[in-house]
Design a protein around this ligand. Structure first.
Ligand code: SF4
Length: 554
């Protein structure tokens, strides 16, 4: 079908306009934009902003940028304006967006499957040093984020990234975002199936494809054949989780409709087993449903999770099979409970080829360009050409010969990258926070790092797996709802009645087969200054009162 001003090229209305018309679903023929976001997406595809960045904005500077590009379409290429320095969290909700905008950008590099070569990591580190004031954060979606990027430098950054096979295409925006993958895909001894070929094919078919570049909202995905359930599959719009089918062998269990933020929902199983070579087709069917049937009236109801909740898994599977795949999926088993307590692959582990991988932890994902170059050099000097990022803001060096392991570990530790970190460093994540994020109310990264140091000093003997996730606002970039201790940034009152930075506490969230959201502890808010005392008390109480085998979340 040809594109017309009223109808996107890829979509044929599948139903007559009916009672769902009010949700702005394309599949019922409702192509009239119902809000400003839908309007700018209809006016021009977000992908098209690249040409304007290369030919106009990077040459004429920040002030030449069209506002609809600045606060809308630039996301399609991984760019967000960062927060103007010096504006406190109390102003976040009351200022106009343009008053919060700095002239510098955050730029997100997508790392599908978390897979990097040493050469790619070196280039990421060099760009950080040259164009991003040394910033480079590891995110909990296996990406790297820069800050302080000038629009003038963006084309050169793209050139250098693309020269080594990396990109920022659809790293943000209402698009198919980075595809999470098991950080030990293809190497782990206990792997059920390697999902990497499916990730490559999804990338080839769907990323940067104008047929899928105007979705109702972001579309998050994950593919992992690891029995460790290591990609937080429960909170993705679509996830493929490795399972062994009793008749058909290794393949993937299909999950849809997970997502946090406001109205958090865990993904649901469709009860379908998907072989490796059908994963891209099924991904295409689900993203097609989202594009065509997804709600476009309110952005707060536009994620796939709302459609899945309204339809239920049976109807969702039926429409996927009947209207998109045109074949029936095979019924399949659920994943098993993972062995072991951590999902992150830190430490030294044997690969299936007899070599070793070494996972290590910075604090709350914060590294810098110089450190990334040193990591690349260190990995290369120890015979490795490959690394991975994890969904817990950590990294892994692959393919290390046994004789080289000790020296590599010593080199990483010398960079303050812990291979056997404390449970606090291992289990704490923090989002970007007020340092750079325009939605933030409180500081997060430095707060998280100092909390780790404090807890290590105060309770060095604590040895339980624990997750402490810190968000700078009510969104969920650091997954607070599924942490043992989730901290949601907000302004709170101190003892003297002054408004200060602090956190609403959520306790007892978890991922895995016992996944669930933490309880918001009624009225329990702590100031940032009180945070170490509060967390210490909670952990010591747990340690004293727990029963044998009890985990924090249970
Ligand atoms: Fe920004 Fe809030 Fe996301 Fe943190 S959780 S990065 S403060 S939007």
């Amino acid at each position: 079908m040809a594109a017309t001003p009223d109808k996107p090229a890829a979509v044929t209305p599948r139903r007559k306009a009916g009672r769902h018309r009010g949700e702005g679903q394309w599949a019922v023929g409702h192509f009239t934009p119902l809000n400003g976001n839908e309007q700018f997406k209809k006016d021009d595809d977000g992908l098209n902003v690249r040409t304007r960045i290369e030919t106009i904005y990077s040459k004429r500077g920040f002030d030449s940028i069209d506002p609809n590009d600045l606060r809308g379409r630039m996301r399609w290429w991984g760019l967000y304006t960062q927060r103007k320095p010096g504006i406190d969290g109390g102003k976040t909700a009351i200022l106009e967006p343009e008053e919060l905008d700095d002239e510098y950008f955050m730029l997100r590099v997508r790392i599908d499957g978390g897979r990097l070569t040493t050469e790619q990591l070196r280039v990421i580190g060099e760009i950080s040093q040259e164009f991003a004031r040394g910033t480079a954060d590891l995110t909990d979606r296996q990406n790297v984020q820069y800050h302080w990027i000038r629009i003038e430098d963006v084309p050169e950054i793209w050139r250098r990234l693309e020269e080594v096979g990396l990109s920022t295409t659809e790293a943000c925006g209402d698009t198919p975002r980075v595809i999470l993958g098991s950080p030990v895909a293809g190497i782990a001894e206990n792997e059920i199936i390697d999902g990497s070929p499916a990730i490559d094919e999804i990338q080839r078919r769907f990323i940067g494809n104008p047929d899928f570049s105007n979705l109702p909202r972001k579309f998050k995905s994950a593919v992992s054949g690891s029995p460790q359930l290591d990609v937080a599959h429960e909170i993705n719009d679509i996830a493929f989780v490795g399972v062994n089918h009793p008749e058909h062998g290794p393949g993937f269990d299909l999950w849809v409709g997970g997502g946090l933020s406001t109205n958090p929902k865990l993904g649901v199983r469709l009860g379908a087993w998907v072989p490796l070579d059908e994963v891209p087709d099924v991904y295409g069917g689900v993203i097609g449903i989202f594009r065509d049937y997804g709600y476009r009236r309110l952005r707060t109801r536009a994620r796939l999770k709302f459609l899945v909740a309204d339809w239920g898994p049976e109807k969702f599977r039926q429409i996927l099979e009947d209207e998109y795949l045109k074949y029936k999926l095979v019924d399949g088993p659920a994943p098993s409970q993972p062995t072991g307590t951590w999902r992150d692959h830190l430490g030294v582990h044997k690969q299936k080829d007899g070599r070793f991988y070494v996972g290590f932890a910075p604090r709350v994902g914060r590294v810098d360009g110089a450190t990334l170059v040193k990591i690349a050099d260190l990995a290369g000097a120890h015979g490795s050409g490959r690394l991975r990022t994890t969904a817990e803001q950590k990294m892994i060096v692959l393919d290390v010969e046994e004789a080289q392991v000790e020296s590599l570990v010593a080199g990483l530790e010398a960079l303050d990258l812990r291979v056997t970190p404390s449970p606090f460093r291992r289990g704490t994540m923090a989002c970007t926070g007020i340092e750079f994020c325009k939605l933030a109310i409180v500081e997060t990264k430095a707060r998280g790092a100092s909390l780790i140091d404090e807890l290590e000093r105060r309770i060095p003997e604590f040895d339980e797996p624990i997750t402490i996730n810190i968000n700078g606002c009510p969104n969920a970039c650091a997954r607070i709802q599924v942490a043992d201790i989730g901290l949601k940034g907000q302004l709170v009152l101190d003892d003297a009645g002054n408004q200060v930075e602090g956190f609403q506490v959520h306790l007892g969230g978890a991922l895995g087969l016992e996944a669930g959201f933490g309880r918001k502890v009624r009225g329990l808010k702590v100031t940032s200054a009180e945070l170490p005392d509060y967390v210490e008390r909670v952990l010591l109480r747990f340690q004293e009162q727990r029963e044998a085998g009890e985990r924090f979340a249970t």
